[in-house]
Design a protein around this ligand. Structure first.
Ligand code: C5P
Ligand code: C5P
Ligand code: ZN
Length: 457
């Protein structure tokens, strides 16, 4: 991969004008920002755009502009063998089509590395940036935020594979510091009871989702909730208080019959951005990623980009405001999906959100649901939602256990969608697709057949 990264880097060095196209999620924003910084430092003439997906409209628009070179980040692998009339380079980590091993295409799957957890789109982009100039190693912090945005730390409770090498670059430069701590979201900025209320992966039975139970739980073990007027956050607690909470959560899980494997997921590595101020959303990689997910998914690309590029003033404030809306939308989305009801079939379960959930955050909602108490984790979960262009978006999520048994949602979604003139792809554990409206039932039949075959092998 290093050699390919260098080759891709050489193409950049030999081009004058470059257009970056990236994805709207946290990994896409960080990938795009790494590319942005790299080109800025090289003094190139460049531009950037963020898109939901690489559909025909986006491609047509790119072609019309006649860019000298187009740099796709965190997407593009799906078009690596088509559109030979676009002069492109790709740094992506989604599953690749066959015959896509080209000199301009950097993707871990081409080198037998799993792009689902070993490296993200931001990480792949970082490899090229580092190959161009080792001075760019400070950008490793953004690459770690991207990996956390794609939940690549979930499989082992810490980042592994190439992500670990990137982490070591960041550690050496003192831009990022891995620490062992509670893995629940919101260590830096949320009141402790809120951290418990939204605890997911694993959920804490009797506590997750119940505000008053969270407060009682903490009071009963003697944790003071407030310091004067302000709610205490995880980072405000003493070491003993943190251990006490962790051991009580572990006990609750074990008593409820969760095994050791699930229980130990509550602790793992967390990633601190050392140059950032403590207690802010940009100090913890996971919180940083969620902040970014609140921007471009709502068409506010500039806000996410500016925060990645270092604005800690006006744009950070804007991002924080967007975060409030994003949180409310996720809570509402989860509620909505539950009310609609999840329908179980033999090899999958599904729900249809219709117009109830914004298509750009729909994948996150499906992701939160597969980890929740009311969903069967033994079969994959598929969600449908209407897109604003009249088509239907599908998001599929599985578990590590299912992947170990042979599940590959990317392949299954791609195949089922293609049979209906749609498109799909992604990773083995998480994939998406777009299909024509009215074809949902047919799609589920095709998909179920694929999944059944995968799990039987
Ligand atoms: O488009 P992209 O590659 O950035 O998105 C990856 C998706 O895979 C994310 O939605 C993330 O939540 C999901 N994922 C997951 N579980 C993992 C790894 C990734 O649900 N273990
Ligand atoms: O949209 P959602 O979060 O469900 O997407 C899950 C994963 O599938 C992401 O990595 C996304 O980039 C990918 N995907 C894809 N092709 C599609 C839709 C989604 O590769 N048509
Ligand atoms: Zn990604």
């Amino acid at each position: 991969m290093e050699k390919r990264a260098k080759e891709v880097g050489d193409i950049i060095k030999n081009s004058k004008q470059i257009h970056i196209v990236s994805h709207i999620d946290a990994d896409g924003l960080t990938a795009g920002s790494i590319a942005y910084k790299t080109l800025e430092r090289l003094g190139k003439d460049f531009s950037i755009e963020f898109v939901k997906q690489l559909d025909e409209d986006v491609i047509k628009n790119i072609k019309d502009k006649n860019y000298e070179l187009v740099w796709f980040t965190d997407l593009g692998s799906s078009v690596s063998t088509s559109y030979t009339d676009i002069n492109m380079i790709i740094t992506d980590h989604h599953e690749c089509p066959e015959n896509s091993n080209k000199f301009f295409h950097l993707n871990p799957h081409l080198f037998n590395i799993d792009g689902g957890f070993e490296i993200s789109g931001a990480g792949t982009t970082y490899l090229v940036s580092k190959a161009i100039d080792r001075e760019n190693m400070d950008l490793s912090a953004l690459a770690i935020v991207g990996a956390c945005g794609d939940i690549q730390d979930r499989k082992y409770g810490k980042l592994m594979g190439l992500n670990r090498d990137i982490l070591m670059d960041g550690k050496k430069l003192e831009v990022i510091d891995p620490k062992i701590d509670i893995r629940y979201f919101g260590r830096e900025t949320r009141p402790v009871y809120k951290l418990l209320q939204y605890a997911n992966d694993p959920v804490i039975p009797g506590i997750t989702g119940r505000e008053s139970s969270c407060i009682t739980f903490l009071q009963e073990i003697g944790i003071k909730l407030k310091d004067g007027d302000s709610w205490r956050r995880w980072i405000d607690l003493t070491k003993n208080e943190r251990s006490l909470i962790i051991s009580n959560i572990a006990q609750t899980l074990l008593v409820k019959g969760f095994g050791y494997k699930i229980t130990k997921k509550i602790i793992g590595e967390v990633y601190i951005l050392e140059k950032e101020e403590e207690g802010t959303e940009v100090h913890d990689a996971k919180e940083f990623a969620t902040l970014l997910n609140s921007t471009a998914r709502y068409d506010k690309f500039d806000v996410g980009l500016k925060v990645c590029l270092g604005d800690r003033d006006k744009y950070l404030k804007k991002a924080k405001n967007l975060l409030l809306g994003h949180r409310a939308n996720l809570v509402e989305g989860l509620q909505f999906a539950r009310e609609e009801g999840i329908v179980k079939r033999e090899y999958l379960q599904f729900f249809h959100a219709g117009n109830g959930i914004r298509d750009t955050i729909f994948g996150i909602v499906t992701n939160m649901l597969i980890n929740s108490e009311d969903v069967d984790s033994n079969i994959p979960l598929i969600g449908f939602a209407f897109r604003d262009d009249g088509q239907v978006k599908a998001s599929a999520r599985g578990t590590e256990e299912l992947v170990e048994k042979g599940l590959n949602l990317s392949a299954a979604m791609k195949k089922a969608a293609s049979s209906l003139n749609g498109m799909g792809g992604g990773h083995n554990i998480a994939a998406g697709a777009t299909i024509p409206k009215g074809k949902e039932e047919e799609f589920l039949d095709l998909l179920e057949e694929e999944i059944k075959n995968q799990l039987r092998l």
